[in-house]
Every structure is written in structure tokens, then in C-alpha cells.
Design a protein around this ligand. Structure first.
Ligand code: ZN
Length: 107
């Protein structure tokens, strides 16, 4: 089961809702985790299973350079992946002002 997450910036009007994780049927082939594209700066949700292939292009929000402070012990968890709820990097202004808020589940 995945989570519906809303990304909200506390400094600008950037806001995006996305599906995090995978569902029961395909979680071995798709595990959606938000990331910033290194060249375009775009906020995208990509397949974390492919992270080795994607690491030259993307910074996933699991990587310490795109959130501030320590990894939260009780962040937004999917399997062994953890997203911090606060102080994630905003793709628009590059400030650490992006919150991830859980809106619901999907499966
Ligand atoms: Zn912002």
C-alpha cells in the first residue's frame, strides 16, 4: 500500500500531490519516491528501484543533501524508505522549506 503525499512549500506557492511507494500488485517493479532532477530542477516522482540507474540524473528526497538536519525516526515510511516531513528542499527556490504531509492511502 502506498501513501498519498502533498508537498507544500512554506515560503512559496509550490505544491504538488503525489503517490508514494507501490501497491500490492507491482511493488517489486514500481516504488515511487519524490526526487529533484539535477539538471532541470524539476520535482518528479521516480522509481526508487531504479535509483542506481537514475543517480546521475536525480536526487531522491532520501538523500541528505536535499533535506536539512537528521533523518526523522518517524517520518513518512514506505518499507525501508523514510521521507522527512519537514525541511526538504523546495524545487522552486532551493530553500529547505518543503513539507510532506500525508493525505491518505492508495492500493
Ligand atoms: Zn518554495
Amino acid at each position: 500500500m502506498g501513501l498519498i503525499i502533498k508537498a507544500n512549500c512554506t515560503l512559496c506557492n509550490f505544491s504538488k500531490q503525489f503517490s508514494y511507494g507501490g501497491d500490492m500488485m507491482n511493488h517489486f517493479i514500481w516504488n515511487g519516491v519524490p526526487a529533484i532532477h539535477k539538471n532541470t530542477g524539476e520535482f518528479i516522482v521516480e522509481n526508487y528501484i531504479m535509483r542506481e540507474e537514475l543517480k546521475d540524473k536525480l536526487n531522491f528526497y532520501t538523500e541528505p543533501q536535499i533535506f536539512l538536519g537528521e533523518k526523522e525516526e518517524f517520518g513518512l515510511q514506505h518499507g525501508d524508505i523514510m521521507l522527512n516531513r519537514k525541511w526538504n528542499k523546495c524545487p522552486a527556490y532551493k530553500e529547505f522549506s518543503l513539507d510532506f504531509v500525508r493525505r491518505g492511502f492508495w492500493d
